[in-house]
Write a protein that binds this ligand. Structure first.
Ligand SMILES: Cc1cc2nc3c(=O)[nH]c(=O)nc-3n(C[C@H](O)[C@H](O)[C@H](O)COP(=O)(O)OP(=O)(O)OC[C@H]3O[C@@H](n4cnc5c(N)ncnc54)[C@H](O)[C@@H]3O)c2cc1C
Length: 398
C-alpha cells in the first residue's frame, strides 16, 4: 500500500517559510497574468523570449529559485520549486524552458556533485541569470545515454573535449554548459566511463548550431553543440573526480522529471480552462455545448486526471525531499505528461473545427504538450525505470 504524503503534513527541507513563499507565488501569478501571457504572441512570432522579459525574469530571481541563499538564490525546497514550475506551466513553455535548466538539471548536478569551489562559481553565475544548458543527448545516443561518444582526454591540467551534442535546450543562447563526456574509451561498470564538465559556452572550439525547427514550444530553443578540441581546465571536472558524470546526470534527471511533470500539469490546467470557456460560449442545437453530457464527460475526465497528477506531484516531491525517489519521479512524469496529452486532445475535440485552427489556443497547446512525453526520458524509458525498481524491490523483499 502506498503511503501518500499529503501537503497537510509538514514537508521536510523547506527553507523559505510558507507565508513568504505564498506571497512570492501570488507575485509570480500576477507576473504570469500581466507580463508573460500577454507577451506570448511576441515570443511565438519571434521564436525567442525578448530581452526585456528575460531581464524581468532575472530581476524576480527566477533563475536562482533552487540555489542556496548564500550563493544568491532563493533556496526553495523541492516542493516549493515544483509548485513554481506548475505555475510556469500556464504561460508559453518558452519561459520555463529558458530558466529551468539553471534551476533544475544544472543546479541539481552541481549541488549534489560539485565541489564547494565549483558551486560557488557556477551556481552563483546561474542564479544571477547566465543561461545554462545541459548536454547529454547525442546524434547516436538518446535513451541509451551511456552510449555517448563525446570524448574528454586529459592533457596536463586540462581536458580536451571533442564531440557533438544534439537537441540541447538553450544552446543558442547559453553562457554556461554542463557537458557529459567519456573519460574512458570502453564502457565501465556503473557507467563510470562518463564524466561531467562545466564549460563556458563562448570558449574556443564550442559552437552552437542554428535553432532546430520544432513542432511546438516556440521560443524554447534547441540546437546541436559542437565541441572541437575544447580545452577545459581540470578544475571544471564536476566533483573533481572522473566517472561521476552519469550519476550526476541521473540525479539531475530526477529533478528534471518532476519539473516536466509539473509543467505538463500546468499546461493541462490551462488547456482545460480554455476548453471549459469554449464549451460554455459555443452553442449547438440551440444551447451551449457544455450542456451535453458527452462534452461534460470530457471535462470531468480531464479534471479527475489533473487531480490525480496533482496528488502524485505532492507525494513525489515530498519523497524527493527525503532522499532519492526515482520511481515516484518517473511515475509522476509519465502519468502527468500522458495525462496532459489526453487533456489537450479532448480540448481540441471540444473546440470542434476551431480546435484545428492556429488562431485558437487549443491548437498550440496540443502541439506544445507533445514533447513532454519525449524529453527527460520518454514514456517508455519511465516504464523501464519503474519496472526495474519494482523488480529490484521485489527480489530484495522475497
Ligand atoms: C525539445 C527537446 C529538448 C531537449 N532538450 C535536451 C537537453 O537540454 N539536453 C539533452 O541532453 N537532451 C535534450 N533532449 C533530448 C531528449 O532527452 C531525447 O530526445 C530523449 O531522451 C529521447 O532520445 P532520442 O531522441 O535519441 O530517442 P531514442 O532513444 O532513439 O528513442 C526512439 C524511440 O525508441 C524508444 N526506446 C528507446 N529505447 C527503448 C527501450 N529500451 N525500450 C523501449 N523503447 C525504447 C523510445 O521510447 C522512443 O519511442 C531534448 C529533446 C527535445 C525534443
Amino acid at each position: 500500500m502506498l503511503d501518500i504524503v499529503t501537503p497537510t503534513r509538514p514537508l521536510p527541507g523547506t527553507s523559505m517559510d510558507e507565508e513568504t513563499f505564498e506571497a512570492f507565488l501570488d507575485q509570480l501569478r500576477r507576473f504570469i497574468r500581466e507580463r508573460l501571457i500577454p507577451a506570448e504572441p511576441e515570443v511565438i512570432e519571434a521564436n525567442r523570449v525578448p530581452q526585456w522579459l528575460l531581464d524581468e525574469m532575472r530581476d524576480m530571481g527566477l533563475f536562482g529559485l533552487t540555489t542556496p541563499e548564500e550563493l544568491g538564490g532563493a533556496g526553495l525546497s523541492v516542493s516549493q520549486y515544483i509548485r513554481v514550475i506548475r505555475e510556469l506551466g500556464w504561460p508559453a513553455p518558452a519561459y520555463r524552458a529558458t530558466l529551468s535548466i539553471n534551476t533544475g538539471m544544472f543546479s541539481t548536478a552541481l549541488t549534489k556533485g560539485g565541489t564547494p569551489e565549483q558551486q560557488r562559481e557556477w551556481l552563483t553565475r546561474a542564479a544571477a541569470g547566465e543561461i545554462a544548458c545541459f548536454g547529454l543527448t547525442e546524434p547516436d545516443s538518446g535513451s541509451d545515454s551511456a552510449a555517448l561518444k563525446t570524448r574528454a582526454v586529459r592533457d596536463g591540467d586540462h581536458y580536451v573535449l571533442n564531440g557533438t551534442k544534439r537537441y540541447i535546450t538553450n544552446a543558442p543562447i547559453a553562457k554556461l554548459g554542463l557537458i557529459m563526456a567519456r573519460t574512458h574509451a570502453e564502457p565501465l561498470p556503473k557507467n563510470a566511463h562518463i564524466s561531467a564538465f562545466l564549460i563556458d559556452m563562448d570558449a574556443p572550439g564550442v559552437t552552437a548550431g542554428s535553432p532546430d525547427h520544432k513542432m511546438g514550444q516556440r521560443g524554447a530553443l534547441i540546437a546541436d553543440v559542437i565541441l572541437e578540441d575544447v580545452r577545459v581546465p581540470a578544475a571544471n571536472l564536476l566533483g573533481g573526480e572522473e566517472g561521476k558524470g552519469f550519476l550526476a546526470a541521473m540525479q539531475a534527471l530526477d529533478s528534471g522529471r518532476l519539473s516536466v511533470g509539473a509543467a505538463a500539469l500546468g499546461l493541462a490546467e490551462r488547456a482545460l480552462e480554455t476548453g471549459l470557456r469554449y464549451a460554455t460560449e459555443r452553442k449547438a442545437f440551440g444551447e451551449p455545448i457544455a450542456n451535453f453530457q458527452l462534452i461534460q464527460a470530457m471535462l470531468a475526465d480531464s479534471r479527475a486526471e489533473i487531480y490525480a497528477a496533482e496528488c502524485m506531484m505532492w507525494d513525489a516531491c515530498a519523497r524527493a525531499e527525503r532522499g532519492r525517489a526515482t520511481l515516484e519521479c518517473s511515475a509522476f512524469k509519465m502519468f502527468s505528461t500522458e495525462m496532459c496529452g489526453r487533456v489537450v486532445d479532448r480540448v481540441v475535440q471540444i473546440h470542434g473545427g476551431a480546435g484545428y485552427l492556429a488562431e485558437y489556443d487549443a491548437e498550440r497547446l496540443f502541439r506544445d504538450a507533445r514533447v513532454y512525453r519525449i524529453y527527460e526520458g520518454t514514456t517508455q524509458i519511465q516504464q523501464l525505470v519503474i519496472a526495474k525498481q519494482m523488480l529490484r524491490d521485489f527480489v530484495a523483499g522475497s
